[in-house]
Design a protein around this ligand. Structure first.
Ligand code: ITT
Length: 200
């Protein structure tokens, strides 16, 4: 059984591959295929974008596909950057410039007002048809400075509830135990298993 992960983000792919271990599927990414059209992520929600990515890619490749749309919602910023997490600091945004913008916007804000949640929506589609959607959430606080070199994206500024260190100060095993992505993928795994049992 082959599964394509509809992402161009190598960091996400690394985490997804690790989390899918144990499921007897061969995992491919978009790198393995030529000419897959770019999906415009213009949905208002992570779920909409995840469905759009999974449906368009699985229709084009005629394959079984999962997609991940994720982002960080900061309470003080009314849920921003949210769906705009990847391009928060504008065209040419990098993880570093995004984190710098976030820390700047929260400058002078007390820890109690720095609540944030990572959210992840995973959509599963087969040959252009949605099979299911799963969501995961991991909440915590935005620290006062970037700390740690592991992980990716906003990991250096995100301190999950119940911990004193950022995601980027944790190893992959620790992050994967509690992350938004691991929660969503656990649910997505069940969707995949049920579908394979019933329809394939
Ligand atoms: P694809 O659409 O190709 O999958 P992308 O990076 O554009 O890749 P998104 O639109 O879903 O993906 O944006 C997700 C952004 O949210 C990502 O670039 C990071 O900045 C941030 N993000 C998501 N999950 C994260 C995590 O586990 N740790 C840190 N940052 C994360």
């Amino acid at each position: 059984m082959e599964l394509v992960v509809a992402t161009r983000n190598k960091d996400k792919l690394r985490e997804i591959k690790e989390l899918l271990k144990g499921l007897s599927v061969k995992v491919f990414s978009l790198e393995s295929f030529k000419g897959v059209p770019e999906v415009i992520e213009d949905g208002k929600t992570l779920e909409n974008n995840a469905i759009k990515k999974a449906v368009q890619v699985s229709k084009f490749l005629k394959k079984f596909v999962i997609s991940d749309d994720s982002g960080l919602e900061v309470e003080y910023l009314n849920g921003d950057p949210g769906v705009y997490s990847a391009r928060f600091s504008g065209k040419g945004a990098t993880y570093k410039s995004n984190n710098e913008k976030l820390l700047r916007l929260l400058e002078g804000t007390a820890l109690s007002k720095r609540k944030a949640c990572f959210r992840c929506a995973i959509a599963v589609a087969d040959k252009g048809r949605v099979i299911g959607i799963a969501e995961g959430r991991c909440c915590g606080k935005i620290g006062f400075e970037s700390k740690g070199d592991n992980g990716f994206g906003y990991d250096p500024v995100f301190i999950p509830d119940g911990f004193k260190k950022t995601f980027a100060q944790m190893n992959a095993f620790q992050k994967n135990k509690i992350s938004h992505r691991s929660i969503a993928l656990k649910k997505a795994k069940n969707i995949i298993l049920n579908y394979l049992l019933l329809y394939r």
